[in-house]
Design a protein around this ligand. Structure first.
Ligand code: 6R9
Length: 592
């Protein structure tokens, strides 16, 4: 079935027109400096993300506008005005000061969608510290690896997450000096922790943002590669310029809108578009503490009168699975713009949005490294279902053919001009939210570039009209339910099990989650595979990695395919599993 191009949404009565109405014109006239100026400057000078997102609204007399509306599991609603958020963030900046934290130190959160996470984020930014989120569904291993690489000095978390995920690995984290618990005080505090609310109560709620160099580091977002440890992508305060601009152009955020981003703040989308871009655009954001629940989501969209909704293909497919009837319980007459990110969005999903909400989903593409949306379907333009859209104004993209040396390092990248030709999606560096490096891994950073292009690691095509179409990853990284998973991180944990000699981990296609993690395991002599051991290994992996990363299924193999240099060939495992052509097996070890 092919899908026809959908005409641009027309505004309904009372709706503002699209911010980006004329794509070509906007591309021709766009200027980062002009955008930068729109964000104002903190009194002490420079450019500070927290000032641009929060404080400037207070300075401009809009402090009473609601910045965040929390909906607790029990459906209690709690509002934070821009002024209240600014005051709380100032308190936290004072807390950091009192703890002796220095500018540039790393402040982490390990928490679900709770107000303290956002207070920590903006407080750390105001202070001049670097903020890094950890996904609350991570197990102790991914938590430890990221805190270790990031040299986390402060961690804000809950008592339960601390006991289950940090305490078991804390002796590996000498840099971690301060653990602040949001839900404990006095005698109930476990040893080596302090009370977040007590410290906050004792701190002043005013803070003068020090002069912030736009290039000073603000955010550290961990992402995954195929080999080696997680990579900490570093982002500067200046990234807020791109958050702001893309919030306008790609998400059509108008000041005063009600906006809901369903991404968890443990990942880049939940920070860039679940906190910074929306506030920089002066909207009220909805933050739901609860996990996915179709009936609840429809209720939120309707009752909170959401204008702009940013979600992900896995969620859209889960909603689709439950049928249109459930959606019909409400009216969504305020819903103006629907957007999606994180994985390929099936054309069916785009069109389903139109059927259920009267608006199609607008796919957007970007990565942890790009910090902000790079390619999008715009509200004011036609939508081509199945396409990621076109580069946002200010961004130059291309499809390139990459030549690599024997070690896989890119040596040349040449733009492909013939339409509909597959190649690697590349971007011309220089936009404000581009990552400034991988913390402590300069070599890996350098390998992301060739001939002046940033290489995304995604394969794509561009059609004759300049629209981009996703083809697949160029590497073995797994995207499951929108979460980027490193096969190496999963393999490393499996190898710690006494029965496991070798492990190869791949993503298997899944109709809802996009991909699910599957592990192939070679056992040590004296061990026999079977259902019981498979369950044991899954349990072992879940305990260490957490539910988000652990494999869903395990297969035993007496001989995993290896290259002559001994590396497990994941590509071949996948091809064999799916009955696909095996491709080039010239490096395969004989007889496998
Ligand atoms: C924001 C985010 C990045 C990877 C990216 C690509 C995949 C993201 C997509 C998409 C197809 C889209 N991806 N958006 N694939 N269509 N619209 O997800 O960041 O976690 O770093 O993942 O996600 O493979 O390279 P991150």
């Amino acid at each position: 079935m092919s899908y026809e191009t959908l005409a641009a949404d027309s505004s309904r009565p009372g709706e503002p027109t699209a911010i980006l109405e004329d794509y070509e014109r906007a591309c021709g006239t766009f200027d980062w400096d002009e955008t930068r100026r729109a964000l104002g400057r903190p009194p002490a000078g420079g450019l500070n993300m927290a000032h641009a997102a929060v404080d400037r609204w207070v300075v401009n007399g809009l402090g009473n506008r609601i910045a965040m509306r929390f909906i607790s599991r029990q459906w209690e609603r709690r509002n934070y005005s821009y002024a209240a958020l600014s005051g709380q963030a100032s308190r936290f900046a004072n807390v950091l000061d009192g703890l002796g934290v220095a500018a540039g130190d790393r402040v982490f959160t390990l928490a679900g969608r709770i107000p303290e996470l956002y207070v920590t984020l903006f407080g750390a930014l105001k202070f001049g510290a670097v903020y890094s989120p950890l996904f609350s569904a991570f197990g102790p291993e991914p938590v430890a690896a990221r805190l270790e690489i990031g040299g986390g000095r402060v961690l804000v978390t809950t008592t339960s997450l601390y006991r289950r995920k940090v305490l078991p690995v804390r002796n590996r984290l000498p840099a971690l000096e301060h653990v602040l618990l949001v839900d404990a005080s006095g005698a109930e505090l476990p040893p080596g922790t302090r009370s977040f609310p007590e410290l906050m109560r004792a701190a002043a709620d005013t803070w003068r943002i020090p002069p912030t160099d736009p290039e000073a580091l603000a955010l550290l977002h961990f992402t995954s590669g195929t080999t080696g440890k997680p990579k900490g992508a570093m982002h500067a305060h200046e990234a807020v310029v791109a958050h702001y601009a893309t919030g306008r152009y790609a998400l059509d955020l108008h000041p005063g809108d009600v906006y809901w981003c369903t991404a968890d703040p443990g990942w880049v989308t939940g920070i860039s578009y679940g906190a910074i871009a929306p506030l920089a655009n002066g909207v009220t954001m909805i933050i739901d503490e609860e996990e996915f629940d179709a009936a609840r989501w429809y209720r939120i969209l309707a009752e909170e009168r959401v204008n702009v909704w940013y979600t992900a293909p896995t969620a859209i497919r889960m909603l689709m699975k439950q049928g249109k009837e459930l959606a019909a319980a409400h009216h969504y007459d305020r819903l103006r713009h629907l957007a999606s990110v994180g994985e390929p969005l099936n054309p069916e999903g785009v069109v389903w949005g139109k059927e259920v909400f009267g608006r199609p989903f607008h796919d957007t593409w970007w990565q942890t490294e790009t910090g902000a949306i790079m390619i999008a379907n715009f509200r004011g333009a036609e939508v081509r279902p199945g396409s990621m859209g076109r580069p946002v104004p200010g961004i130059e993209a291309a499809i390139v053919r990459v030549r690599r040396d024997d070690e896989g390092n890119p040596v040349a990248a040449e733009p492909v001009t013939t339409p509909d030709t597959e190649g690697e999606l590349a971007l011309q560096p220089g936009w404000p939210s581009m990552f400034r490096g991988y913390l402590g891994n300069e070599a890996r950073y350098r390998r992301s570039f060739a001939d002046g292009w940033y290489l995304s690691g995604d394969m794509a095509k561009r059609d004759g009209d300049g629209w981009y179409w996703f083809v697949g990853r160029a590497d073995d990284v797994i995207k499951s339910a929108g979460h980027l998973i490193s096969p190496f991180e999963v393999e490393s944990v499996l190898l710690e099990h006494p029965a496991v000699a070798e492990a190869g981990v791949i993503g298997l296609p899944d109709p809802v989650a996009g991909e699910v993690v599957k592990a192939y395991v070679e056992l040590k002599p004296g061990h026999a595979g079977g259902d019981e051991l498979a369950l044991q290994l899954i349990g072992f992996a879940r305990k260490r990695l957490g539910a988000a990363l652990a494999p869903r299924s395990i297969a035993f193999s007496s001989q995993l395919p290896r290259t002559r240099s001994g590396k497990i060939m994941r590509r071949l495992l996948r091809a064999r599993e799916l009955g696909l052509p095996e491709g080039d097996t010239s490096t395969l070890e004989q007889g496998k």
